[in-house]
Design a binder for this molecule. Structure first.
Ligand SMILES: [Zn+2]
Length: 222
């Protein structure tokens, strides 16, 4: 029994350690998940609660259903599991979700700023602005519902006074989106400090969003 979904659990563990190497999470903050098994069973592999990523082992990555009932793993799932569940339930295109407290995304989340399409990748890969969700208490379904409301059909959001979340059609894509959000948040903070924020022209953003939607539709079918 304990050997089920080992590949996916190993991927979650490796992405957790990579996020820490990149400085996007620290110790055990944030959480990472990927869908596992048949869609009808509603299962995900997710980082456990309060376990430093540096010491995390494959066996400790939890597999739970959408009510948090354990299926595999030696430790309880992340306390923020409802955020992951809500995104999977709302978005058939999403295979993986990552939540971090990365610094510049958190700065924008504290300011309550939606990050506009400042560079081309924002609309091409994330589908448009990175919106700041309304505040929700950590670990609650309320936080999860507000996050999904802000996410709509895009791939990343800010969680007000908390951090950020990104999703993707794979763990690799979700990780790339976390890195992109942090880079764009950093650009936005510095550009605002310079007093000059020029967003891309609306027709360019519209073209880029059309490219995004074509890819999204393919992911929804897959
Ligand atoms: Zn958090």
């Amino acid at each position: 029994m304990a050997d089920r979904f080992l590949n996916e659990r190993r991927q979650v563990m490796e992405v957790a350690k990579e996020l820490e190497r990149l400085g996007l999470v620290a110790v055990s903050s944030g959480n990472i998940s990927v869908r596992v098994g048949d869609r009808k069973h509603n299962l995900m592999a997710i980082t456990p609660t309060s376990k430093p990523y540096a010491e995390l082992t494959v066996d400790e990555v939890a597999v739970v259903d959408y009510e948090g009932e354990p299926v595999e793993g030696d430790l309880p799932p992340s306390s923020e599991m409802y955020l992951h569940v809500a995104i999977y339930q709302a978005r058939p295109d999403v295979q993986a979700v990552i939540h971090t407290h990365s610094i510049y995304a958190s700065v924008c989340a504290v300011a309550g700023w939606d990050i506009p399409p400042l560079v081309d990748e924002v609309a091409v890969y994330l589908g448009g602005p990175i919106k700041a969700a309304q505040y929700g208490f950590p670990g609650t379904r309320d936080l999860a519902d507000k996050a999904v409301a802000a996410l709509e059909d895009r791939k990343a959001i800010l969680l007000r006074n908390h951090g950020m979340a990104a999703c993707g059609a794979s763990l690799t894509e979700a990780l790339a989106h976390c890195r992109l959000v942090e880079r764009v948040a950093q650009i936005y903070v510095h550009a605002r400090n310079l007093g000059a924020v020029n967003v891309l022209p609306a027709d360019v953003v519209e073209k880029e969003r059309t490219m995004y939607l074509m890819k999204l539709r393919a992911q929804q079918k897959g």
